[in-house]
Design a protein around this ligand. Structure first.
Ligand code: NAD
Ligand code: PPY
Length: 351
């Protein structure tokens, strides 16, 4: 029941709407506005139930609050989810445009309480339409006057996080190390390229054959999606969907480092404790994947140049080192230490 999702959530607002004409079910979750207006992408996909969509939106919005605070950005956390009437690839362009128009109405109704941006299932071109109709979308295409896709900055941040976590696990660099990339989308493919350039031995998986073919051309070995968690690696980079590591997976996964782009990688804090107990170094997702938020908020709110964005994305290394240091000193899992760090920044809202 949706009520059960919401009674277990500490966010500020969750607003849902069913549009009979398109068959799409929209949820905008605003977790916190303590540091500024809430922001986070719009995810569009097919869900098993409306309850699952609301649960995804609220969890993703909570993660955005932590991400903004950890990166010291002057925004709160929010997210929207469009539960589509069919898988994204089955939605034709005419229906998609009508769905986006309804979502633009949602953004206008919230009048800047929540700013959106791209996420799984939406693109910069979609942000052009949403921004044109509401004025509350980050991440427009360069042609429309925006900063373009956040994915390259996210990938760079994940790569920095991988290297920092690998050093924490005792590796000098990624050369000759086996890096397992799960999901070869906008972020995962760039992560694969960066790791390959570093001399890593990359193994990758995606549901999409074309993406696997491209990864093979870039030198990666391909495994089937359902085999990923059985593959032995030095670094595992979850770059598809979240919820991939529960306690059982944490107990058996054969890797030294987990550092990827997916939001909400851990099913619950106990999975993070189990990884730490086994000595697997986990780079908390809301720090490792903060590059996209740094790109969007840096360029569009703070007026940063691309070089300033790049320097802040590289700063993910220092934030992560602080997390590992806290974890060691306080004998906490890095996940717990990262929550504490983000909370301490939330308690001192941005000026
Ligand atoms: P994307 O939709 O471009 O790519 C996701 C890829 O994962 C697709 O190629 C898809 O086929 C693949 N995939 C889905 N399920 C899979 C499975 N079970 N096994 C293997 N592959 C699977 O999305 P993206 O923009 O690359 O984002 C990836 C993840 O990173 C998402 O969880 C997203 O929320 C998160 N993230 C993205 C950004 C960004 O800037 N794009 C920022 C922060 C976090
Ligand atoms: C994410 O980083 O998960 C996002 O949703 C991207 C984003 C970041 C900041 C504003 C809007 C979208």
């Amino acid at each position: 029941m949706i009520e059960n999702v919401l009674t277990g959530w500490d966010g500020a607002l969750c607003s849902s709407r069913y549009d009979r004409e398109t068959g799409a079910f929209f949820t905008v979750a605003v977790h916190s506005r303590r540091r500024g207006p809430a922001a986070g992408g719009t995810r569009a996909m097919h869900y098993a139930s409306h309850e699952d969509a609301v649960a995804d939106a609220t969890r993703l919005a909570s993660a955005m609050t932590l991400k903004m605070a950890a990166a010291d950005l002057p925004m709160g956390g929010g997210k929207s989810v469009i539960a589509l009437p069919a898988p994204r690839h089955e939605i034709d362009d005419d229906l998609w445009q009508r769905i986006l128009q309804v979502h633009a109405e949602n953004l206008s109704a919230l009048n800047g309480t929540y700013w959106t941006g791209p996420d799984v299932g939406t693109t910069s071109a979609d942000m052009d339409l949403l921004h044109g109709r509401s004025g509350f979308a980050f991440g427009r295409s360069v042609d429309a006057g925006g900063p373009g896709s956040s994915a390259p900055s996210t990938a760079q941040g994940v790569y920095v996080a991988m290297r920092t976590a690998a050093a924490e696990a005792g590796m000098n660099d990624l050369a000759g190390r086996r890096v397992l990339v799960q999901g070869l989308g906008a972020v995962g493919m760039d992560v694969l390229e960066l790791a390959t350039k570093d001399g890593a031995d990359v193994v990758a998986a995606d549901l999409d054959e074309d993406r696997c073919r491209r990864a093979r051309d870039l030198g990666a070995a391909i495994v089937r999606p359902e085999e990923v968690l059985d593959v032995e690696s030095d670094v595992y980079a979850p770059c598809a969907m979240g919820g991939v590591i529960d306690v059982d997976v944490a107990r058996r996964i054969r890797t030294s480092v987990v550092a990827g782009a997916a939001n909400n990688v851990l099913v619950d804090p106990a999975a993070g404790e189990e990884l730490a107990r086994r000595g697997v170094v986990y780079a908390p997702d809301f720090i490792a994947n903060g590059g996209g938020a740094i790109h969007l908020v840096g360029r569009e709110v703070l007026g940063w140049s691309p070089a300033e964005v790049a320097s802040h994305v590289d700063g993910i290394a220092a934030t992560l080192s602080e997390v590992f240091e806290r974890a060691r000193t306080a004998r906490l899992s890095p996940d717990r230490a990262a929550h504490d760090l983000a909370q301490s920044r939330l308690d001192r809202p941005a000026a």
